[in-house]
Design a protein around this ligand. Structure first.
Ligand code: CAA
Length: 258
């Protein structure tokens, strides 16, 4: 498919979606959200694709929902169209791992999109925030829930109630990004991480992602039971036999996702 607000590329088992509205700092408008969902659908159908990177530009991953598009909308229009909220549901439930490659502004819906990814690599220039309060609203794409789970109540409250941005190093210290690298390296580093993940068993990766995400929804003992069922299930996979045989034969495993 031809897209206007995003670009899509593939390098072996790693696919990349690049947000591409530079004039609006990659603000998420309805078209971009539809295109992102469609790109994710394509990547999900592609059996050879094992890991996805979502990125923006060096200046902005995304400055959030498109304020100019939202400004004229009524409550009923927002609620009835769902506007772009299906995006976060789609990204959050995407079965293959997603690496977010962040740089520059990661704000509002942009941070909510990032928090729906699985591993976050940030350039040292990254600034993250939920500034919706500055325009008289509040996060609507999961920010109050995901940010609180990521950084705890007090920092989440500070960020959401003041709209204050934090830098990459602080975000790393809070556990809000996985790693921070120089700005020249964030995309290369994200590709490196994505390739590592893509070289592992796709079956084990998928179930492990599912189990980690359940930690946000289940109590501890139910979560551990859920984990154990998935663990037993993996013993039915060819990849488990291959992985353990390769270990004993002192060679690299060849995982097939079976
Ligand atoms: N929506 C629409 N356009 C945006 C935008 C947004 N979220 N963010 C930036 N832009 C546009 C600007 O309007 C400007 O366009 P023009 O040149 O046509 O005027 C262009 O991008 C460049 O922006 P600035 O000139 O403002 O650049 P700057 O470097 O001075 O400031 C910024 C950068 C601090 C990110 C500032 O643009 C800003 O504060 N943006 C808004 C951030 C925001 O409030 N995000 C939350 C949106 S609401 C939301 O996301 C709801 C939700 O939870 C789902």
């Amino acid at each position: 498919m031809d897209y206007e607000t995003i670009a899509m590329s593939k390098d072996g088992p790693v696919g990349t979606i690049t947000l591409n509205r530079p004039g609006a700092l990659n603000a998420l408008n309805e078209q971009m959200v539809k295109e992102l969902i469609s790109a994710l659908d394509e990547f999900e159908r592609d059996a050879s694709l094992r890991c996805v990177i979502i990125t923006g530009s060096e200046r902005a991953f995304s400055a959030g929902a498109d304020i100019k598009e939202m400004a004229g909308m009524t409550a009923v229009q927002m609620a009835m169209t769902g506007h772009f909220f299906p995006l976060w549901d789609r990204v959050g439930r995407f079965p293959k791992p997603i690496v977010g490659a962040l740089s520059g502004f990661v704000l509002g819906g942009g941070l909510e999109l990032a928090m729906s990814c699985d591993i976050l690599v940030a350039s040292e220039t990254t600034q993250l925030g939920q500034p919706e309060i500055d325009i008289g609203v509040m996060p609507g794409g999961g920010g109050t829930q995901r940010l609180t789970r990521a950084v705890g109540k007090y920092k989440a409250m500070e960020m959401i109630l003041t709209g204050k941005r934090i830098g990459a190093e602080e975000a790393k210290a809070l556990g809000l990004v996985s790693r921070v690298v120089p700005k020249e390296a964030y995309l290369t580093e994200a590709r490196k991480v994505a390739s590592e993940v893509a070289s592992r068993s796709p079956v084990a990766v998928r179930l492990a992602k599912m189990a980690v995400n359940k930690a946000f929804e289940m109590g501890l003992s139910d979560g551990i039971d859920f984990e154990r069922e998935l663990f037993y299930l993996l013993f039915a996979s060819e990849d488990k036999s291959e992985g353990m045989a390769a270990f004993m034969e002192k060679r690299s495993p060849q995982f097939k996702g079976k």
